[in-house]
Ligand binder design. Sequence first.
Ligand code: FAD
Length: 500
Amino acid sequence: RGREFVPAVVVGTGYGSAVTALRLGEAGIATTMLEMGQLWTKPGRDGKVFCSTLNPDHRSMWFARRTEAPLSTFLWLDVVNRDLGRPYAGVLDRVDFDNMGVYVGRGVGGGSLVNGGMAPTPERAYFERMLPRVDADQMYRRYFPLARRMLGVNSIDPRYLEKTPAYRYARVSRKLAQQAGFRTTTIPNVYDFRYLQREERRQVPRSALAGEVLYGNNHGKQSLDKNYLADAVGTGKVTIRTLTKVLAIRRERDDYVLTLERIDPWGKVVWRGELGCRHLFLGAGSLGTTELLLRARETGALPNLPAAIGRGWGPNGNVMTARANHLWDWTGPLQSTIPTVAVDNWHDPIHPAFAEIAPLPVGLETWASLYLAITANPERGRMVFDHVHNKAKLLWGSGQSNPAIQSAKALFDKINRSTGTTYRHDLFGNNERFAADFCYHPLGGCVLGQATDNHGRVKGYRNLYVTDGSLIPGSIGVNPFLTITALAERNIARHLPTLP
Ligand code: FAD
């Protein structure tokens, strides 16, 4: 054929991709993973691989001139974000569309490098409502436990939670929620809580207690490079090409041909070329996978792709908000970046919300309680292909976030009323109390059973699979990576016997 060929290609190195590559490798199938971000193992001049949220540098953002932290101001001052100098292949990206900014991780491990590590299992009834054709028995008996084990999900020691200064912020928020009559719960995580305790005693280098999370954790977090991806490469069958972006996909006879571009960390293109494969697994995330398939359909490269591609997109009902506490309810200058307590109002019949108590690790007392609420917003957006700019565009109206805001408002109005406290207006810009114009949990675009069959095989083409968060129809009720991992395990188990 005159071009390089591999039996299987996996695009991306996030949750869906990592699961798929490991299982392909174990089955003895030579697999190449293609990742547009870097391998994050080389320390910078400060001896650290990642920079902290308090002192971000060029490593923080994906080709940006300034950091774009979710909290844009503090006391209305523009003190949060920093200029970065020369754009660089940093670890966190924010992709901006009209009315919605989407945060994603870039690098070997995808979102696992930058996320908060929270790994709750969705409530079964809601899972069944969102994915009615998936065998829930099998998921809850086999694949959720498998995903939890593989990812190293663990829970905080309740005695430690009650006494550590690092979770005073969580205890204060929990107390006020309980005073208002709400249920609270702890959330499992992939950050090693035993490591956290040793951090506090200064027996090991600090990470969660040193403001690290959004731009990567140097220690403690069991990101995908430490489990699935390490195991995948360990099979001897899986290789990862970094800083290599898939630009386009086409079909030639029985094979797929990918157009690739490799850059150096400063963005200079160092190579362009093609790679052929027989089996193509797309795990580039909700935005990445949907864009690749829209481009293939709309440019005529894969004209038989279904109309359902691009549909069913949602931000998992994400809303951020913050409250101001009374002076005696100080939240503490030392705050673990790893959230582990939530206010659970999911069973509210009108305004369901699962609100995680988030840290504000600025190193000084703020009297603020910050939250990421996940709501059951039924609104869905649509991704379409913008031919002029050769990229995907998200159609999401500003009013589509309103149901999410109403659910969060119902919960926090009640807490403020019961405890005599108020909202903070200084954190999200424009005096806003609720921020629902950005999300951490992009989901959908290639929905299971609609754009694909019931196991992620894309309709209209053979040997073409979707493995990531784009399979989930816009909402799953809790933080999504455990579900993405478990679904990917379920799907690849179905495909393996059909592969050569
Ligand atoms: P991703 O993890 O997004 O991986 C996709 C990969 O593909 C990326 O590495 C990307 O660089 C690469 N890629 C994309 N396009 C291309 C291309 N064309 N060519 C080559 N490579 C490409 N979820 C939770 O469950 N718990 C949390 O606590 C949590 N906190 C979060 C905090 C933040 C700040 C963010 C941003 C996300 C958080 N999430 C959390 C969400 C979670 O990380 C994502 O849901 C998850 O990573 C999605 O997995 P995925 O397999 O769909 O794709």
